[in-house]
Design a binder for this molecule. Structure first.
Ligand SMILES: Nc1ncnc2c1ncn2[C@@H]1O[C@H](COP(=O)(O)OP(=O)(O)OP(=O)(O)O)[C@@H](O)[C@H]1O
Ligand SMILES: [Mg+2]
Length: 367
């Protein structure tokens, strides 16, 4: 499952000098930073601590800029915010894995002819430039064979490739250092989310993460991430549309959007929101159709995650249009934690999937 942690560990923690029993996962989202500290004991998982800080509570700007491809607003501010969460949540574990957002990574899949294990690396490096819009020398590549077996002369190989610009990895290394953490690994967000919500599932799941700035549509088959697509649509656009339609400021518009969502009301906000959500549903249908056409497999279920999955009426609307069971899974549900915080965790869960999945990945590598 955590193939890319293993490989990315090459630069993050070359000798695996430490073998932590607890791990911290961090997701630096546009609107907030989420931190989860987890531990594994035997088969049991414990949520040790968690914390979140909204960018609006610290600075006027989001933690990440709106332009695609650009990265953290400031390593200094972000590391200060991370430190503040660690202090507040009393997290003393130093080992950290960062989940890297979809718009800072490139995920593609392609086929290779039958070949031996040894030949794969060279073939991947040779083929990758066709798909990755960045100089390969400035990029870290990580891949997994998701279909076919190396060494089998009959079987073509399907490769799932992730590319992360080196600059982005260096920025995360700086943030970790400035926050007093030891970077254990970094991994693309899609893997973290897939592990947190569908890692043990035997089903074929379409996992959709809707945040503030972007949405990812992922296909996870029997726990393995097979496809990952990223779109610019997300909750920020919904807020903007409500703000324009009602002539309100961002904060007020966000409040109305989150309370009313797709529920019919006098101000006809839902009609404005449907206009933005429908194109996303068309993308989901196209992706599911394409996956079926190429793999002969239908998604059994749809999972929604990310803060925007809580938009009132969204789950029902997805169900109605896609004619499939649509769940909003709770990434904390398999963890031990004090029962008194169960209600709070349930509400926060959709925003924490990436942080929890990243932390779990670090503990899996030690088994
Ligand atoms: N009840 C709700 N209804 C609708 N949207 C909500 C609700 N609660 C939170 N949100 C939205 O969720 C978004 C925050 O989600 P999340 O924390 O997943 O985003 P992020 O990780 O910061 O962003 P990104 O992943 O795009 O960088 C905000 O746009 C917020 O308005
Ligand atoms: Mg996010």
């Amino acid at each position: 499952m955590n193939f890319n942690l293993e490989k990315l560990n090459i630069f993050a923690n070359p000798l695996k000098m430490f073998f932590p029993k607890k791990m911290v996962g961090i997701d630096i989202g546009t609107s907030s930073i989420k931190v989860a500290e987890v531990s594994i004991w035997g088969q049991g998982k414990t949520l040790e601590n968690y914390g979140q800080i909204k960018s609006s509570s610290l600075y006027k700007e989001p933690f990440r800029s709106v332009e695609r491809g650009s990265y953290l607003l400031s390593n200094y501010f972000v590391s200060r915010a991370v430190k503040a969460i660690l202090n507040e949540a009393k997290i003393s574990t130093k080992a950290v894995i960062f989940s890297i957002p979809d718009f800072s990574t490139f995920c593609v899949s392609f086929e290779l002819p039958p070949m031996s294990e040894k030949e794969i690396k060279e073939a991947v490096y040779f083929t990758a430039p066709q798909y990755i819009p960045l100089p390969i020398t400035e990029t870290t590549l990580d891949w997994k064979i998701v279909e076919g077996a190396s060494g089998d002369k009959e079987s073509k190989l399907k490769v799932f490739l992730v590319a992360i610009p080196n600059q982005i990895i260096q920025d995360y290394q700086k943030v970790a250092k400035m926050a007093g953490l030891e970077l254990y690994a970094v991994e693309a967000e899609a893997f973290s989310i897939a592990r947190a919500l569908a890692g043990e599932s035997k089903k074929c799941i379409c996992l959709i993460d809707i945040g503030v700035q972007s949405t990812t549509i992922n296909i996870v088959d029997k726990g393995n991430l097979k496809k990952s697509y990223s779109f610019n649509f997300a909750g920020g656009q919904l807020t903007h549309a409500v703000s324009s339609a009602l002539g309100l400021g961002r904060e007020e518009a966000e409040k109305i959007k989150n309370e009313q969502g797709l529920t019919p009301a006098k101000d006809k906000i839902s009609e404005t929101l449907y206009l933005l959500i429908d194109p996303l549903l068309i993308e989901v249908k196209d992706i599911l159709y394409d996956f079926y056409a190429k793999n002969g497999k239908e998604a059994d279920e749809i999972y929604l995650t990310g803060g925007t999955s809580a938009l009132p009426g969204l789950q029902e609307y997805f169900k109605e249009v896609l004619k499939k069971n649509v769940e909003i899974p709770n990434c904390f549900s398999e963890f031990l934690y004090p029962p008194i915080i169960g209600g709070t965790l349930e509400k926060m869960a959709p925003a924490f999937s990436a942080a929890v999945g990243a932390a779990l990945g670090g503990l899996e590598t030690q088994n």
